[in-house]
Design a protein around this ligand. Structure first.
Ligand SMILES: [Zn+2]
Length: 479
């Protein structure tokens, strides 16, 4: 399989490790608020990728961190008059529930930073010992980016530009370089009980450590977690595009400096930007949409479809047209699948001899796989399904039961591989019985009675289409 490596700037063949799983890490959420559409974009994309790899026979260990120690959590906890740990736990649970709702279930381990404090401290100690970190009194330990000549190799950036106000560069006047980032933040703790290992100081969490009472900086949480679970080097690191700098650049600097081993990660994957009605999503613009808000109006299937109908590296603009397009595509596919199910039950036992269509079982599977193996091109794979359906459509009513069943199975299985679960439906017995009765009236040209029965079927939530195979009864699509 080929994937686009941000580090090399080109598509590369993914190496299959021998005797161990492919280790994938994706930056998880900072749990201080509800997960939003940006999270859905990234986590659905990586969930689908991991599902696909597993379906292809790869052994994958998918790890995600949970940033449960962070300034944003501390601030939010103060506002809400609670502790950072309680607030983080609450949002971590909400995050897990939401991920379940959107079918993200490929992650093997969620690792909260608060459970890895000793590993974080160990990394800070090594960076200090090797001369990559320096101390600022009453502030903390900082990574000196000038000691690491490779800084900038992922993003092509080292200098901090005006826009970096939002990218969590630590503000600290006494830093050697503007781009230096915090590894460990001191907190002025004086526990009465000498054996205390943790305390809250004015609402800020502080751990006892050889490097002083304090808490970790943001970037080092991830490298400590991956070093603990994968070792100092691993296969794939994923995350949203906006984490490339400084977050991922900082991760490389920390881990390669601490271990002396390069590369820290072989392959870096980044998901494209997500906008809402053409604008960056933000609370101040009032276009902040949580996943649960979206799911209150649309099914999870539509959200997953919307995300995966875009290439993972392409930007997604959540606007009415894009959502409408996803709703329509899902409805049209559902209709085709329901029809194929109907034909597989009511169709001809053998295909009509006069049909022009040559049913090719291989074509869809081959195109589907080729698209996904080439930088996980999901829109191209979707296009293969629609091309297959377009070929099928003119001959649909002439398919044999077996052919309809095969086509149905192929489409359902293909999508299922990516966590897109279509369930072909047949009508209830009651709706079908009414439709069959209507057919009898129609046959004897008793159209008033036939019309009344059609309305009865509609009342049950179904629509009747007259087809060469008799009445096709399907659930009335929601408009
Ligand atoms: Zn991260």
């Amino acid at each position: 399989m080929k994937l686009f490596n941000t580090l090399s700037g080109k598509k590369e063949e993914v190496e299959r490790p021998e005797g161990r799983p492919l280790n994938i890490f994706v930056c998880g959420p900072t749990v201080y608020d509800a997960a939003h559409l940006g999270h859905a974009r990234t986590y659905i994309a990586f969930d689908a990728l991991v599902r696909f790899l597993r379906a292809e026979g790869w052994q994958v260990f998918y790890l995600q961190n949970i940033t449960d120690v962070d300034d944003k959590i501390i601030d939010r906890a103060r506002e809400a008059d609670t502790t950072p740990a309680k607030l983080a736990k609450e949002y971590e649970r909400a995050y897990q529930r939401t991920m379940k709702h959107i079918g993200v279930r490929s992650v093997d381990t969620y690792a909260p930073a608060s459970k890895f404090i000793p590993q974080i401290v160990s990394q800070v100690e090594r960076l200090i010992a090797k001369g990559f970190a320096y101390r600022i009194e009453e502030s903390g330990y900082y990574f000196d980016i000038t000691t690491f000549p490779d800084y900038g190799k992922l993003s092509g950036r080292t200098a901090t530009q005006a826009e970096d106000a939002v990218t969590r560069i630590d503000e600290q006047i006494a830093k050697k370089n503007r781009g230096d980032f915090a590894l460990w933040k001191f907190i002025d703790a004086h526990p009465r009980n000498a054996s205390k290992k943790f305390m809250l100081v004015n609402g800020e969490p502080a751990w006892r450590a050889s490097v002083g009472w304090g808490r970790p900086g943001w970037h080092i949480e991830d490298t400590a977690i991956t070093e603990a679970l994968f070792g100092p080097q691993y296969d794939i690191h994923g995350g949203a595009e906006d984490l490339k700098f400084p977050h991922h650049e900082a991760e490389i600097a920390q881990q390669e400096a601490a271990s002396g081993k390069k590369p820290f990660v072989k392959l870096w994957l980044h998901t494209g930007f997500m906008r809402v009605r053409g604008e960056k999503m933000s609370k101040s613009l009032k276009n902040f949409v949580t996943i649960e808000q979206f799911l209150a109006t649309y099914p999870a299937l539509v959200l997953r479809w919307l995300v995966l109908s875009h290439h993972y590296r392409s930007p997604i603009n959540f606007d009415d047209a894009t959502i409408e397009q996803a709703v329509r595509s899902v409805a049209s596919l559902q209709e085709t699948l329901d029809k194929l199910l109907f034909i597989s039950r009511k169709g001809m036992r053998i295909g009509a001899p006069d049909r022009m269509f040559m049913f090719d079982e291989q074509s869809l599977e081959a195109r589907w796989h080729a698209a996904l193996l080439d930088d996980f091109n999901t829109p191209e794979a979707f296009a293969a399904v629609f091309a297959f359906i377009n070929e099928l459509n003119p001959h649909l009513w002439k398919l044999s039961r077996k052919e309809a069943k095969t086509a149905l199975g192929q489409i359902v299985n293909a999508f299922e591989m990516l966590g897109i679960e279509f369930v072909p439906e047949k009508a209830t017995r009651e709706a079908e019985a009414l439709a069959n009765e209507r057919e009898l009236y129609r046959g004897s040209k008793q159209f008033t009675q036939a019309d009344a029965l059609r309305k009865d079927v509609l009342g049950l939530g179904y629509t009747v289409d007259d087809t060469p195979l008799g009445p096709f009864v399907r659930r009335t699509p929601k408009s």
